[in-house]
Design a protein around this ligand. Structure first.
Ligand code: XIL
Length: 335
């Protein structure tokens, strides 16, 4: 933590270095200790998702999301919002038989407004849309083609016999124009996705979608961000130089880059790669630290046994007893 203050002085802006938390996570004493001494930033792992925040249509329930925000405040940490729109972890009333125009004109604006307005203006950034770009994309695709390739609701809907693709990005524009209206003036509005960060076609798609949001929803670049989830492994990751080049492209536009969900899976059942894991962690951190436009860096799950990947993935900074792994020291040394 104290080194994070020195980082802020060096960068001229707060460096938000955090992890996930939900109030029902086990081991309160470990969590309050790491979030008050090591991390200075908190994101709800699940508590701000659509199923938690709008369990029935039109009803806003920010109980858990606000409890996570209060935990952040209590520990002197900042809070980021994840997320207002995602095809996964949706409430049971979605997608239902909702029409495209109802979705764009009513459902999305209502949900985004009630969540962003309800959580207040101090939220550092919101993942306004999560995982909207497909995995089978290729270079040169338009923003619409990139999203059509996602092949899940609402970009693709199916009645069993026929499949319909979304014909424009108005659902994305609706989310962003509503977010801009209700978010704090300093809150960044992000598109967040996995398997991105390098010179690959999916990252090109994310940049195309960002440009579309700027051009067609009228969101200024200085309010926009790209979140690079970074669920990676010791055998699949983006090099520091490739990450830096991508962050620099965003900086040239005036947009922000952030590492939003980093975990680094080890080959199963071995801790032999822990030092390698530490080196990759250090590279991701450096890419963000030394970029002018990267000030948020989130580690997904604070401890191996709390990880969504399972304990044996060993993908976090702290082992299942709460002891710092080599990566935790590596990160601390680079801050
Ligand atoms: C995961 C959580 O970690 C799990 O607890 C939950 O069961 C499923 O979602 N991309 C995202 C995150 O944007 O919200 C996901 O979080 C991990 C992948």
């Amino acid at each position: 933590r104290s080194t994070l203050q020195q980082v802020a002085a060096r960068k001229g802006s707060t460096f938000h270095f955090g992890s996930t938390y939900d109030t029902y996570d086990s081991d309160a004493s470990f969590l309050s200790s790491v979030f008050s001494t090591y991390f200075n930033h908190v994101v709800a792992e699940n508590g701000c998702k659509w199923d938690a925040t709008e369990p029935t249509r039109g009803t806003s329930d920010l109980t858990e999301c606000q409890a996570v925000q209060s935990f952040a405040t209590k520990n002197g940490a900042t809070f980021r919002g994840h997320n207002t729109f995602w095809h996964s972890q949706t409430p049971s009333w979605l997608p239902g038989s909702i029409t495209a125009s109802d979705l764009v004109n009513n459902v999305i604006p209502q949900h985004v407004q009630q969540e962003i307005q309800g959580m207040g203006t101090s939220v550092t950034s919101w993942d306004v849309v999560n995982e909207i770009v497909g995995d089978g994309v290729s270079n040169g695709m338009s923003a619409l083609q990139c999203v059509q390739n996602k092949k899940v609701w609402p970009t693709q809907t199916s009645d069993g016999s026929s499949t319909t693709l979304v014909t424009d990005l108005s659902f994305v524009h609706a989310a962003f124009t509503t977010a801009l209206k209700y978010a704090g003036n300093d809150t960044r509005l992000a598109i967040n996705d996995y398997n991105t960060g390098g010179s690959d076609a999916k990252t090109a798609c994310v940049l195309a979608v960002l440009a579309d949001i700027n051009a067609n929803a009228g969101i200024p670049y200085n309010r926009l961000a790209v979140g690079f989830q970074s669920h990676i492994s010791t055998s699949s990751f983006i090099s520091k130089s490739a990450l830096s080049a991508t962050f620099a492209k965003l900086a040239a536009l005036g947009a922000t880059a952030m590492i939003t969900e980093l975990d680094i899976q080890l080959p199963s059942g071995t801790s032999a790669y822990e030092r390698y894991q530490a080196a990759i962690w250090g590279d991701y951190l450096d890419a963000c630290l030394y970029a002018s436009n990267c000030n948020e860096f989130i580690n997904w799950d604070a401890r191996d046994d709390l990880s969504w990947l399972g304990t044996s993935a060993a993908g976090t900074l702290f082992d299942s007893s709460g002891n710092p792994k080599p990566a935790a020291y590596e990160v601390a040394a680079r801050l």
